[in-house]
Design a binder for this molecule. Structure first.
Ligand code: ZN
Length: 307
């Protein structure tokens, strides 16, 4: 009896301990569930704030008028780091030696044409008898914007391909898709300017090795990045002036003979910076030539950086 009397007591204790453990586990689980709920609520909140911001940016783009304090009508997004991944692409094709008696740079303008600014850039280049290369987005070539590249072509500039849309497909899509995007853009360029383009620049500078090899155009990157798209018109005059200066400094810090300079023709601030850059570089003895003039005879299936 003593033994059997002792057993129920221990049993009770064990049951009690078991209940305690279950309670602790349950409390722990409830804690975890509560934490997960709080985290997901926070994530939803952050997402909706971001959505609100994006929507605001789109609305700003819709209502902006060039010449006012807003940026241009086109609000493209450029990837933050256009530096291509070295493993994906072959080393650049060597460029013929430069004429030692001349200092030359090739300004290159992406993402246009722009219905107002393209012409203004061309007029500025004309002041120095200069030419540049315009890597255009095919579906932006219409109406007044098309006039911009027609004017550029008439004034001795080179028109080249950036893509049919401003999207990252050169390092993800099949060669057939890439070729069709390129040829559609080449067609509108031919239609509006009479030029048959021989150069292309992939979005963000990214293109696979196979893509470059199969490309019916010379693939042109850059050697001097103005990063002008980071310094758009925003804020008060002082901040805005500081942004223009940043673009100027980005170029002047590294520019050298034979550089291909990357800019975007769709921002008022880029135009303001370009006016200063063109004057400064001209005063230093630079000539402004097209990419084809700079490289000599760039070949399809090759990638050029001209470092
Ligand atoms: Zn672009």
């Amino acid at each position: 009896m003593a033994a059997t009397g002792g057993t129920p007591g221990r049993g009770k204790k064990r049951r009690k301990k078991k209940q305690d453990r279950v309670q602790i586990v349950l409390k722990g689980l409830m804690g975890l569930v509560a934490a997960a709920l709080i985290i997901s609520l926070f994530a939803v909140l952050v997402q909706s704030v971001n959505k609100g911001r994006k929507f605001e940016e789109i609305k700003k783009g819709e209502h902006s008028v060039p010449g006012n304090n807003n940026e241009s009508l086109v609000t493209p997004t450029e990837p933050p780091s256009p530096t291509p991944t070295p493993t994906e692409i072959p080393s650049p094709t060597p460029v013929p030696p430069q004429d030692p008696n001349k200092k030359r740079v090739a300004f290159s303008f992406d993402d246009g044409p722009h219905f107002e600014l393209t012409k203004k850039f061309v007029d500025e280049l004309n002041k120095y008898n200069g030419h540049a290369t315009w890597f255009v987005v095919g579906n932006r070539v219409f109406d007044a914007a098309a006039e911009g590249i027609r004017y550029a072509a008439e004034n001795g500039n080179e028109i080249a391909i950036h893509g049919w849309t401003h999207e990252n497909y050169y390092d993800v899509s099949s060669p057939d898709v890439v070729k069709s995007e390129l040829s559609k853009t080449a067609e509108v360029i031919k239609q509006y300017t009479g030029q048959t383009p021989r150069l292309m620049r992939p979005y963000g500078g990214r293109m696979t090795k196979e893509g470059i090899a199969a490309c019916p155009y010379a693939v042109i990157l850059w050697s001097c990045d103005s990063e002008d798209w980071r310094n758009k018109k925003r804020g008060d005059d002082a901040l805005n002036q500081a942004n223009i200066q940043k673009t100027i400094d980005n170029v002047m810090r590294t520019v050298k003979d034979g550089d291909i300079i990357l800019m975007h023709e769709i921002y008022e601030n880029s135009y303001q910076a370009f006016c200063v850059l063109a004057k400064t570089l001209h005063d230093q003895g630079y000539e402004f030539v097209t990419v084809t003039e700079l490289l000599g005879d760039p070949q399809p299936g090759h990638r050029y950086v001209n470092r």
